[in-house]
Design a protein. Structure first.
Ligand code: UT7
Length: 334
């Protein structure tokens, strides 16, 4: 039966590296606090004027080259981001402007935050299964640094995030044993305000005013402990769900790529699931949390370092703002 597989990958992070020590010059924090609580050592940040679609363009070009394709071969763009270039139109359209080779193919943004890439892969797989599209560019790209409060007021959130982009190309396969084997998607809007950016508002005239700016409502707000508490069980639930749907066992998984929000979350999930360290990918030390870009960056790096190879059973899972959580299981084919 026709379904999909990933045939090319690429990523890009901007060259500027900002260490924990650099941040401790801007706010009351320390390298020790950040490393102990999260595992983060540094993150990459854009220069002013660079948006998510700019990072996405380079990641997309690399993924296309890896797949041996050009933009003209792609028939759908799916762009996952919580940091779009503009309120509207979506960043997929901005990317299309920057890469004219896409012509007038459909360009879709999705707003599933840390879970965005997994949702995007599931959407792409579904479009390919029904025969609607054949070569889909799936991107996760984020520019967090321009929207974080780098003062002591914002330290609980600002130290966690970095900028970056990852992209994959998805194409059809008829081979039941390879490609996307299954996915599980969930959301719980009840907790929308546990991790969110209140402003600009969609229901207030003018969308933003001086008081909102002074209250810091243009910056993300997070109840870190609540997010942490929900993340670990939700990760495990959706991993068990996708394993159940596909009739696979956790011991069969060759590589686990979790969303990188906190190494303590990753370790807790791996321990509960009985996954040994050597099967678990962590790059949070170098990039921090790049939300929708995290998993495709991890996928590309895992190919580069040889941990992900043709035939590997790859499990990806994520949890984030919304709340949203999701998993995807695939047999790697390139
Ligand atoms: O990707 C989206 C999903 N996001 C997540 O999954 C994040 C989940 N949450 C977490 O990862 C953790 O909750 C954090 C890393 C955000 C925080 O770790 P924590 O162990 O839960 O710390 P806490 O929030 O309980 O804060 C402990 C202390 C507080 O001080 P008091 O009240 O004990 O005096 C904070 O004010 O640490 C303080 N603190 C900081 N200190 C130095 C908060 N941020 C910082 C900071 N530097 N950057």
């Amino acid at each position: 039966m026709r379904h999909s597989t990933i045939i090319g990958t690429g990523f890009y992070v901007p060259p500027q590296v900002v260490t924990n020590d650099d941040l401790s010059k801007l706010m009351d924090t320390s390298d020790a606090w950040i490393q102990e609580r999260t595992g983060i050592k540094q993150r990459h940040m854009v220069e002013d004027g660079i948006g998510s679609a700019d990072l996405a363009k380079i990641a997309a070009e690399r993924a296309l080259a890896d797949a041996g394709l050009t933009a003209a071969d792609i028939d759908l763009i799916i762009f996952a981001t919580l940091s779009p270039d503009f309120f509207f139109p979506g960043s997929a359209c901005i990317l299309q402007k920057k890469m004219p080779g896409f012509g007038t193919i459909p360009a879709l943004d999705i707003r599933q935050q840390c879970t965005g890439f997994v949702y995007a892969v599931a959407i792409a797989d579904s479009f390919i299964r029904v025969g609607a599209y054949s070569k889909i560019l799936v991107i996760g790209a984020e520019v967090h640094s321009v929207g974080l409060d780098y003062t002591t007021r914002g330290r609980d959130v600002a130290v966690l995030f970095g900028d970056g982009a990852g992209a994959v190309i998805m194409a059809p396969t008829e081979n039941e044993a390879e490609g996307i084997l299954g996915f599980a998607l969930h959301a719980e809007g009840e907790n929308y305000d546990k991790l969110w950016v209140p402003a600009p508002y969609g229901n207030i005239r003018g969308r933003v005013n001086q008081e909102m700016i002074e209250r810091g409502e243009l910056f993300p707000k997070m109840d870190g402990r609540a997010v942490f508490r929900h993340a670990v069980p939700r990760f495990c639930e959706c991993i068990n769900e996708v394993l159940g749907k596909t009739g696979r066992k956790i011991e069969e998984v060759d590589l686990f790529i979790p969303h990188q929000a906190n190494d303590r979350i990753t370790h807790a999930v791996a321990e509960r699931m009985g996954l040994p360290n050597e099967k678990v990918v962590s790059n949070i030390a170098r990039y921090a949390n790049t939300t929708a870009a995290t998993i495709p960056i991890c996928i590309h790096e895992s190919r580069q370092d040889g941990r992900l190879k043709k035939g590997s059973l790859l499990l990806c899972a994520a949890f984030g703002s919304g709340f949203t959580w999701a998993s995807v299981l695939m047999r790697w084919t390139v």
